[in-house]
Design a protein around this ligand. Structure first.
Ligand SMILES: [Zn+2]
Ligand SMILES: [Zn+2]
Length: 334
């Protein structure tokens, strides 16, 4: 097996990066921290068999690199960055191997411990938003089928530590950065920041409207970027996906500029004539297929919501709010 990359922090803690394939052709990073002999794992992959095996092989390889044996049974703490399945899906497997306590931020705790309820609520709000955004009945049906198809076999499990912003937990500082997910956190290990899915090397992390998940959405996300931007510079950022981020503060500036441009595109789109979110997403992303239609609608919806909340957009058909059922809203630039 190839060497596992390692960073050493200013105070001498070691952070190893195990890259795993969470879904076909989609990789994520699982981090293993050596906190002076205590072993922490940050995120758990998706739970697919191959992914679980990659974590085991990665730990064994770290063991070889430092001259001891290391496996999931040696873990002292399981830390989650947020409640997305590509990060917590490996929990049931890990639970069979270790009794190490599990920690996640308060606002994503429900995803882990009340998963079935949360999934039903998620589906309900997703379909309501799909209707409101002007997706056709056929598109909504396809969305429903795809969501059912990708249903995870994950089952709720207890969380031992519920984290809050600013606390120091086993020598790591917890920075709550809601946006991409309500309970998204970045763990600071001395002068290294585990940026999770809040800040990625190349991709701008996916956004969905707060209308679907409370405490997510673009307003929270941009505030959370500024929050990390106010911290002292880091030696390096290590994301939930992709390569290390050499300059976290520069990357924040780039991501903010990207969203500013995308907000402008929404303004221009809504200036032409009143449009549904579905129509605006076509202007921004062009025609898409399958699940990518939904991803484009969520991303567009987050930007429309941001402008609507600030009074830059209005509903061109406010009477729709008074009708029975879920209104299909058309937005216009004020
Ligand atoms: Zn995520
Ligand atoms: Zn992710």
């Amino acid at each position: 097996m190839t060497t596992i990359p390692m960073q050493t922090t200013a105070d001498g803690r070691q952070i190893f990066t195990i890259e795993v394939e969470v879904f076909p052709r989609f990789n994520a990073n699982v981090y293993v921290i050596n906190n002076f002999g205590k072993w922490f794992i940050v995120d758990t992959g998706s739970g697919r068999d191959a992914c679980n095996q990659q974590i085991e092989q990665g730990l064994a390889q770290i063991g070889r690199q430092i001259g001891r044996s290391l496996s999931t049974a040696d873990l002292d703490l399981i830390l989650l960055t947020h409640g997305h399945i590509d990060h917590f899906g490996g929990l049931p497997y890990l639970r069979q191997q270790t009794e190490a306590p599990l920690a996640i931020h308060a606002l994503d705790y429900r995803v882990i411990s009340y998963f079935e309820e949360r999934r039903m609520l998620d589906m309900r709000r997703t379909l309501d938003f799909a209707t409101e955004s002007g997706m056709t009945e056929a598109q909504r049906e396809q969305l429903y089928q795809m969501r059912q198809l990708f249903r995870s076999s994950y089952r709720s499990m207890p969380v031992q530590h519920v984290l809050e912003d600013g606390q120091t937990f086993h020598d790591l500082i917890v920075h709550h950065t809601p946006g991409h997910s309500a309970g998204q956190v970045c763990y600071q290990v001395d002068d290294v920041l585990l940026t999770a899915d809040h800040i990625l090397h190349s991709t701008t992390p996916h956004q969905a409207p707060e209308r679907i998940h409370n405490n997510s959405g673009l307003s929270h996300y941009l505030e959370s970027l500024d929050k990390i931007g106010r911290l002292s510079p880091f030696k390096i950022g290590l994301g939930g996906h992709e390569a290390p981020i050499p300059d976290v503060h520069q990357r924040i500036a780039d991501i903010k500029a990207f969203h500013a441009k995308r907000l402008d595109k929404v303004r221009v789109s809504c200036q032409e004539r009143p449009k549904t979110i579905s129509e605006i997403s076509l202007d921004i992303f062009g025609p898409r297929e399958g699940f990518h239609i939904w991803l484009a609608i969520e991303e567009t919806g987050a930007h429309v919501e941001y402008l609507f909340l600030r009074g830059e957009l209005s509903a061109a058909n406010p009477e729709a709010f008074e009708q029975e059922g879920i209104p299909v809203i058309q937005y216009v630039k004020n």
